[in-house]
Write a protein that binds this ligand. Sequence first.
Ligand SMILES: C[S@@+](CC[C@H](N)C(=O)[O-])C[C@H]1O[C@@H](n2cnc3c(N)ncnc32)[C@H](O)[C@@H]1O
Length: 197
Amino acid sequence: MYNRKDAFYRKAKKEGYKSRAAYKLTELNKKYGLYNPNSRVLDAGCAPGGWSQVVLETVKKQPVVGVDLIQVEGMGYPNFHFILGDLTSNETLMKVLDICPEFDTVLSDAAPNTSGTKLLDHVNSCELVGLIFTFAKKVLRKNGNFCFKLFDGEDTQGLLKEIRRFFNMVKVIRPEATRKSSFEIYVVCKGYTGEKE
Ligand SMILES: C[S@@+](CC[C@H](N)C(=O)[O-])C[C@H]1O[C@@H](n2cnc3c(N)ncnc32)[C@H](O)[C@@H]1O
């Protein structure tokens, strides 16, 4: 069991972030330089909007595109574009490319609905990451960065082996703001080779 209203949850509320996840991205970007003020950023699975908020504090002019199955309200930044859609569909891909034909950074905090069964959640998470990775390859520029969340488990190494072929550097991280009981990991991938297959 975890305390939903833990220290990061209270901090997020106090500081006006839409999610405690905001602190995970802040930490990841500080350590691994995923984006900078000139980056065009895609936030895949962005609702309720905490990661996008954090990105928009740095990226003031370039487009920040958020996609989710759930509506995101009240972002109020002129360079933020929200698409209500499924990341696994071609229609969503077309809408994203219409707004911005190429991205410097693709972030994905997307997660499937959890079942409470660790193995099933892991398998579903691997499948979603695989589809988002296919999406990312279609929008990411050469040498761009990709960072995604995964529910860790027995297929993690196989998935990472596949993804490593496409990047100069791949690193697995557990941010401090991740709950101790969680089996989520974040994977930072830098320097996309530009290969599609
Ligand atoms: C943990 S939340 C993201 C939190 C967000 N990073 C923040 O800081 O506010 C995961 C999101 O992934 C979204 N998601 C899962 N599968 C998706 C899909 N196929 N297409 C679009 N969004 C998806 C869910 O709707 C959910 O809002």
